[in-house]
Design a binder for this molecule. Sequence first.
Ligand code: SAH
Length: 359
Amino acid sequence: MERISIFDSEAVDRLRAELKFEPRRLRAARTALFKKFRGVTAALAELPDGARDVFTRRVEFHPLAVEQALDSGIDGATKLVLRTPAGLLIESVIMRTGTGRVSLCVSSQVGCAAACGFCATGQMGIARNLSAAEILDQVVLAGERMAAEGRRVRNIVFMGMGEPFHNEEAVYEAVTTLLAPEMFQHTPGRILISTVGIPDAMIRCARRFPAVNLALSLHSVRQSVREQLMPLAAKYSLDELRSAILAVNRIQQNTLMIEYLMLAGLNDSLDDARELVAWLRGLDAHVNLIPYNPIASAPHLRTTERPHRDAFAEVLRAAGFVTTIRYSLGADIAAACGQLVQQENRETVRQQTLSSVRA
Ligand code: SAH
């Protein structure tokens, strides 16, 4: 029999009705799982005796298996390598910052179809969508590890593998479950969805989740440079993106995040900074300048040197835009922005394709 996902609240509610136990017992189990991250055994202990066995047999609690957990030796990052039921590997990154706050970077896909030249995930060459349960289990597995350390995941950012808006339905279902009072009850302002820039999807997302934060990976306001860096830019023009941000700004109270990767000689001149200012004029936007984390498949790219990066930031600040220089954690365990990749997946997909051809 197909097992019920613990994240499918309607199906789990039906199972409770079938087993005829009090709703408050299920509520207590969900609190243990999704609010306190105490694990499956503690959650099952909240259920009546007769229900415990049935839940153990019929409910899928963890669609993902932890393949590996790597702790950074230089900062507070931990990378979780997780295996999906289809045998593919994805990664989540836990970031403990100096202030004691914890952010979790989740993946929305295995690989990515956006194929950005500076991003290891984009160079993997495959793209498979994750289910809502597979997205949510990343939050639970990280949450349980943090609970064991006496910490909590405060921010959830969709900045791991994949383009969230190439998997809109599962991402929206996951966010709905994260926000649901009876499930995770996560604060919407502590969720951020980062996109390569798909205008319609940005507006749909803002309408559906007005308090959830959006980030746009902009990287250049010159159409030709942006297309050179991100193939998808050819499909969605900078004008369309700007109109989408205006629309999002009208729907949301939140300031939209602009991610700007600093690449020496490509997008980092002071003229680029001035053009960025002109493009952003009239928008409610906060700029994050991201130093480029080197990846093996793009040896020709270099990050902007620090003094020059500071001068670039100064142009933006002088024009009144809040600008932050964002450092990513976990460079020693290939957990920094853009470094998430699992080559083994290609072999798994190849074998699965071969066996389905043979079957
Ligand atoms: N597909 C989404 C989310 C995943 S990438 C998006 O494009 O926004 C999360 C962020 O990391 C993006 O801003 C992306 O441009 C950035 N990034 C990708 N490769 C990087 C690299 N090598 N160094 C630094 N940042 C990188």
